[in-house]
Design a binder for this molecule. Structure first.
Ligand code: ATP
Length: 251
């Protein structure tokens, strides 16, 4: 298991009034929350709710229209994406972001380089660590990553993210397109990593097979928070109702 700091009550990421616009489209209305060291924020919502826009704004992949993002007390709102990775904000995008034509090993190397020299450590032991977490990747290191199954591809995306030495992992729909068994395998590792102190913001469309109860759960609908809960998550029935717009159950 990687040497994370371990969960504490100390605030790691602070998101204040962050909104995202694409021209005249208001994809995300101002949204605030915070994430503690080793904490978990779950963001749920149907298609087009603004979930991807949120994590992209945190990672610097799209500019925030308003608000601020602080990591460990440092204002990173205007840092470009590659600098935020070096600070420890790692986005594992929807669709994984792995590069076909490159081997599994090359994809993993990209993660290690993304960390920047200052944060790189022993590459061999880091590689061993991620291969221990995701054993199916070990026998496929020299294989073109496009030959991997969907579940293995998601493992590769998470493994590559881990090699960038994240302080916070942003996961955009890691279960997308996966059958229940590969989803459970990926989630098993995410659970372990989170329990060991790696802070996460997890985006999904519906309920997730995660043992831990998130510190904060947000449900977005058309760019707005329609449900916010601390230390609990919505039931499937509540979600269905929220997605149908039946209740404005923001708590
Ligand atoms: P999904 O689950 O389908 O990925 P989402 O909750 O992640 O949806 P976003 O991708 O953040 O939602 O999209 C929110 C809104 O912003 C949608 O109306 C979408 O069409 C719009 N949008 C997203 N990206 C762009 C873009 N680059 N240019 C214009 N509009 C965009």
């Amino acid at each position: 298991m990687p040497p994370f700091q371990g969960p504490t009550d100390q605030e790691l990421l602070s998101v204040v009034d962050v909104s995202v616009h694409y021209g005249h489209i208001r994809a995300l209305e101002p949204l605030s929350f915070s994430l503690r060291q080793g904490g978990l924020v779950l963001v749920l919502g149907p298609n087009g709710a603004g979930k991807t826009s949120l994590v992209k704004a945190l990672a610097g992949a799209v500019p925030a229209h308003s608000g601020s993002v602080r990591l460990g007390g440092k204002d990173v709102t205007w840092l470009p994406a590659h600098s935020r990775v070096k600070q420890g904000i790692c986005l594992i995008p929807e669709g994984r972001g792995t590069l076909p034509g490159l081997t599994v090993r090359d994809n993993l190397d990209l993660g290690r380089h993304a960390a920047g020299r200052a944060r790189q450590s022993d590459s061999q032991s880091d590689l061993e660590m991620v291969l221990e977490l995701f054993p199916p990747l070990a026998s496929r290191l020299e294989q073109d990553c496009s030959t991997l199954s969907g579940g293995e591809m998601q493992m590769l995306a998470v493994a590559r993210g881990l090699l960038s030495k994240p302080r916070v992992l942003l996961l955009d729909e890691p279960s997308l397109g996966l059958a229940p068994i590969p989803t459970a395998r990926v989630y098993d590792v995410l659970d372990q990593l989170n329990s060991n102190g790696l802070a996460m913001i997890l985006v999904e469309q519906k309920a997730v097979p995660l043992d831990r109860i998130p510190d904060t759960t947000l449900v977005l609908q058309s760019g707005r928070v329609v449900y916010r809960a601390l230390g609990q998550r919505p039931t499937e029935a509540q979600l269905a109702e929220l997605y149908l717009g039946g209740v404005g159950a923001a708590q």
